[in-house]
Design a protein around this ligand. Structure first.
Ligand SMILES: NC(=O)c1cnc(OC2CCCC2)nc1N
Length: 328
């Protein structure tokens, strides 16, 4: 095959593989057998090995890094990654609503409710649409650079459908089925088991060898735009729509609701059975004011935004209170 033919075939393979990755890992709709997928990937790897100068950072072959890291670099977040204050019952939500109303002084607003994915918060930086850096939350100001590990997550786009420069926040998580599979493998290998999918996700992303991470089938839901150049987005809900348009996985169980009573109804609709039926673990519901122009007026406390709160489900409440006692 000539160099020109190879160039054309490489581009064709990349676009086919990217489409399958998007469909399978972002839309959860498999469109090809694993065998066919592996054949395409092997052909692309072989062609890039023959023409290494044709390799681009967003090629699907670049997801699995080759080198084992010595450690993770510390990185400062451009905007602090705040943590969420907790609500444990409807009255806490009504108190939150009263505080928001007193601060926005009569301005109309709605709420957005989202499932609170029980994983590891991460920050993703894209420059002109290319994924350039990913980091853990750390203490909110300084996190660890885990770019190589995040690249192995096939639900994470290496290049966006628009050349935007932005920071995206999301939760890396391990689907329940993957958690079971990994613990079975560890049991057979006589290794200690992970206690829950959140610990398994955190443990996987702390791996220094990206090849091990690549075998863990992690996923990621994105849930906020930390910053974006050249655009203002009037509502958080439109921000989530944009993330979806750009190729990110955004949790579909989100609603825009008119008032706190509707929020309380939504929260109470998520029974144990509903949660058990989800392919991933959640530990609550996140409630956010939808009108982003109100955020500066609402501001933040030392560690949490006043325009968002996490409603924690009963089972997790004990754990949250215990963790708060230990941490604070
Ligand atoms: N674990 C989650 O699913 C989750 C966590 N955090 C947030 O929002 C942060 C970012 C902006 C205000 C707080 N939303 C979520 N859905």
């Amino acid at each position: 095959m000539s160099r020109e033919q190879a160039t054309a075939r490489i581009e064709e393979l990349r676009s086919i593989i990217k489409k399958h990755d998007y469909s399978y890992y972002v839309l959860d709709q498999p469109t090809i057998s694993d065998y066919e997928y592996d054949q395409l990937m092997q052909e692309l790897i072989a062609l890039e090995a023959e023409y290494p100068d044709l390799i681009t950072p967003d090629s699907p072959t670049q997801r699995i890094g080759g080198t084992v890291l010595e450690g993770f670099e510390k990185v400062a977040h451009r905007n602090p990654m705040l943590s969420l204050a907790n609500a444990f019952g409807p009255e806490d939500l009504r108190d939150f609503d009263r505080r928001v109303k007193s601060l926005v002084a009569g301005e109309a607003f709605e709420y957005v409710v989202e499932l609170k994915i029980d994983g590891l918060a991460v920050s993703l930086i894209y420059e002109n649409g290319v994924f350039v850096r990913g980091a853990t939350r750390g203490d909110g100001e300084v996190g660890e650079d885990i770019t190589a590990n995040l690249k192995t997550i096939k639900a994470l786009p290496l290049i966006l459908s628009k050349p935007l420069t932005m920071e995206v926040r999301g939760e890396a998580y391990l689907p329940k089925r993957e958690f079971e599979r990994i613990n079975q493998e560890r049991e057979q290998a006589g290794e200690p088991l992970f206690a829950n999918p959140r610990n398994a996700a955190a443990g996987s992303l702390r791996q220094l060898d990206p090849r091990i991470v690549g075998k863990r089938n992690l996923s990621i839901f994105t849930y906020a735009i930390g910053s974006i150049e050249g655009e203002t987005i009037p509502t958080h809900s439109q921000g989530l729509d944009l993330l979806h348009e750009l190729g990110f996985k955004v949790n579909p169980e989100r609603r825009v609701l008119p008032d706190i009573e509707a929020v309380i109804e939504f929260v109470q609709s998520w029974t144990g059975e509903q949660r058990a039926a989800l392919p991933y673990e959640i530990d609550g519901i996140v409630i956010k004011v939808n009108q982003t122009h109100l955020y500066p007026r609402l501001g933040t406390t030392a560690k949490s935004p006043r325009w968002a709160i996490a409603y924690k489900f009963a089972a997790e409440q004990a754990e949250t209170i215990l963790r708060d006692i230990i941490v604070n």
